[in-house]
Design a binder for this molecule. Structure first.
Ligand SMILES: [Zn+2]
Length: 458
């Protein structure tokens, strides 16, 4: 579980990063002032922190492009580019294309001017704000214009990281912004357009809590980014003007779920299908994973359900025996599991179900008489895993949850399922149903995460 100490350490990391990245005396002064204002908190020694010690809206680093050969950056007329940690900067006219050659980043502007960043360090790209705009905006600093990455708008700045480990010329793009600026783009990425405001508010609090938790983990591990912009963490669509998304983030500013003073890793998924899952039943809870044992994440008994409108409430796909057998074996091989030796599947039956009736563990038997065990989440992933000659299944053919039953036919397996996703924590389609029945977001969050507190962290 992430402790307040860890949160403050991660926060301290942010201040240090700001100082490092901006290299501006004013920022250092602000950083020192903030540190002094945090009574008994020090970044060098073990801090005693309260939730209020975070106090300041954190930044967030979201990976928006992974292992691409190049990227085109546009938006403002000019962008400033510099290696992270250095002062000298190069100003290019947009669009600016960035690529990597043998680990060296090369930027080329609209006039064809190239600049090589030989230091091998990642580079930072910022919008250049025209002086005229700055004057007309009065005494307040004008907002930085959004940067366009492959025609999608992102607030804040970008970092380009060469990924020599991912092949010659691969680069990652990381969007650095503040968490409240980031959240509306998560809400539009995660929810449907026409859902009620309180569904957006509930999602805002869950997404903020999850992001703060994952951010703290990433910084303790020294990772270059905090979150992926995909369902692996949470979908992030970049800048949005969606009214409910912008308003829900603003209405719940700084609010997060906590348990025992720690930020809750507020898992959520699309459709619970009526049978929730406890995190500790399907994910590790040992050293480094204690947060999965948090009591508010262990709901595994029947609860009021409102997600019947989801297309994934009930679903069915049919696969060949060969397809299922090969995918499970390939998943086993990719994860070092004994099930990599699986022959042709004969049966897949649940051997453990939770009090809500949702399968926790399955036994898989093959035609050589061997049996293997796989938990429900692993089975879901295995059934969607690519195998030799079998790419990952199309969206419509995917196995959407681990709440499944199998009907064996001669050469086919009919898979009938409930819901979409892991079923831990909040259910997005239930949020929609609840909001339409006039539940407010605090009531929804108490329903999904019983025992968690709704706290304002900044
Ligand atoms: Zn549901």
């Amino acid at each position: 579980m992430i402790t307040p100490f860890q949160i403050v350490r991660a926060w301290c990391g942010w201040v240090a990063a700001e100082v490092r990245q901006r290299g501006v005396v004013a920022v250092q002064a602000i950083g020192v002032a903030l540190l002094l204002s945090l009574v008994s908190v020090s970044c060098q020694t073990t801090p005693r922190a309260s939730k209020a010690a975070a106090g300041v809206e954190p930044d967030v680093r979201v990976r928006i492009v992974r292992e691409a050969p190049s990227v085109r950056i546009a938006g403002p007329a000019q962008v400033a580019v510099r290696p992270i940690g250095s002062f000298g900067e190069w100003v290019g006219t947009t669009p600016v294309d960035v690529r990597a050659e043998a680990g060296v980043l090369v930027a080329k502007d609209a006039a064809g001017v190239e600049r090589r960043f030989d230091q091998g360090a990642p580079i930072e790209v910022r919008a250049v704000v025209p002086a005229r705009t700055a004057r007309t905006a009065g005494s307040r600093q004008p907002p930085e214009p959004d940067l366009l990455v492959d025609n999608r708008a992102f607030p804040g700045s970008l970092e380009v990281h060469p990924r020599t480990d991912a092949g010659e010329g691969a680069i990652d793009i990381i969007n650095v912004t503040t968490i409240e600026t980031y959240l509306p783009g998560v809400l539009t990425g995660e929810l449907l357009d026409n859902w009620p405001l309180d569904a957006y508010r509930a999602q805002a609090v869950a997404a903020r809590s999850y992001a703060l938790h994952e951010r703290a983990r990433a910084r303790l591990r020294g990772r270059a980014f905090d979150l992926e912009n995909t369902a692996r963490n949470q979908v992030f669509a970049g800048r949005t003007q969606h009214e409910a998304a912008v308003r829900a983030a603003r209405d719940t500013r700084g609010e997060a779920l906590t348990v025992g003073g720690d930020v809750l890793r507020a898992y959520y998924s699309s459709t619970c299908g009526g049978r929730p899952m406890g995190a500790g039943s399907i994910w590790p809870t040992g050293a480094g994973w204690e947060f999965n044992g948090a009591p508010p994440l262990q709901v595994d008994a029947p609860r009021a359900t409102f997600c019947e409108s989801s297309q994934a409430y009930r679903w069915q796909v049919t696969r060949t025996v060969d397809d299922v057998s090969k995918r499970i074996a390939a998943y086993g091989a990719a994860n070092g599991l004994s099930i990599k030796a699986l022959a042709n599947v004969r049966s897949i039956v649940p051997v453990e179900v939770n009090p809500a009736g949702r399968p926790v563990q399955f036994t898989i038997a093959d035609d050589k008489g061997k049996t293997y065990k796989l938990n429900a989440e692993h089975l879901r992933q295995a059934l969607n895993h690519p195998a030799e000659g079998l790419p990952a299944p199309e969206r419509a053919a995917q196995v959407r949850s681990g709440d499944v039953e199998f009907e064996m036919r001669a050469r086919e397996i009919v898979i009938r399922g409930r819901g979409w996703g892991h079923g831990v924590g909040a259910c997005q389609f239930c949020m929609n149903g609840m909001a339409r029945r006039h539940w407010d977001y605090a009531r929804m969050l108490a329903h999904f995460y019983p025992g968690a507190r709704l706290d304002r962290l900044y």
